[in-house]
Design a protein around this ligand. Structure first.
Ligand code: MN
Length: 232
């Protein structure tokens, strides 16, 4: 949600596996298996395809300025250059508006400081895909990544948001992250917002966006569609 306006601005695509015996599984249950069994590239491509198509549809019918972020990127592919080219072709083919799609990277993906990563991020930006740093503040390379790469959004990890209102340190850290991000020309999204108090403190601290159970639990596309019509 856009904190200043209270309107829905972005959605985050989350991956689930409808397992025939075990029910709905979250990515923690299968992504590491997918990565070691070589399915990572295909999963990333599938996520991109379905997210981009869904976003196009919603922008056309429901919310013309909606943005969507996805937690997979071509950087996770064994052949990142080919994957970036695939993304470019796909986005071109569905004529998605520039700036509508954002990839969320973890600090771990930026750990290996290399020209290669910089080139791929640059290529993503060149096709109009924004770059967001997920779970900010919990990894090892936060500031180095910010210095080295062009990042559009920082997502404050829920561990800093959880104790807002009870622990002064959390508020100080959130304010510091927000101030730093704004100075660097980035926007900030707070993750894991669950209470009105957390929301209000973040708004007062100048945070741009917030997500979490305070607004909604993860929703299916059909549930989201009803939600879209009701929130600006
Ligand atoms: Mn994420």
């Amino acid at each position: 949600m856009d904190l200043a306006s209270g309107c829905l601005a972005k959605v985050e695509a989350l991956l689930r596996w409808q397992h025939p015996q075990r029910g709905v599984l979250g990515p923690r249950a299968f992504i590491s298996i997918a990565e070691t069994s070589g399915l990572s590239t295909e999963i990333s491509a599938c996520v991109l395809r379905s997210a981009a198509e869904q976003l196009c549809d919603w922008r056309r019918r429901k919310a013309p300025r909606l943005q969507m972020s996805i937690n997979r990127s071509p950087l996770q592919s064994s052949n990142a250059r080919a994957a970036v080219n695939d993304w470019r072709e796909h986005l071109r083919s569905i004529d998605l508006l520039r700036g509508a799609l954002v990839v969320e990277l973890t600090e771990g993906q930026l750990l290996e400081p290399s020209e290669r990563v910089g080139r791929h991020l640059h290529a993503l930006r060149a096709i109009g895909v924004g770059v967001s740093l997920d779970d900010f503040g919990t990894g090892f390379s936060s500031l180095a990544g910010l210095q080295q790469y062009q990042i559009d959004f920082i997502k404050i990890d829920p561990s800093f948001v959880r104790d807002l209102g009870q622990d002064d340190k959390s508020l100080t850290l959130c304010k510091a992250i927000i101030g730093m991000a704004h100075e660097l020309g980035m926007e900030v999204i707070a993750e894991g917002v669950e209470t009105v108090r957390q929301r209000d403190l973040l708004l007062t601290a100048g945070c741009d966006h917030a997500q979490g159970y305070f607004y909604a639990p993860p929703l299916s596309a059909a549930e989201m569609e009803r939600w879209l019509g009701a929130h600006c």
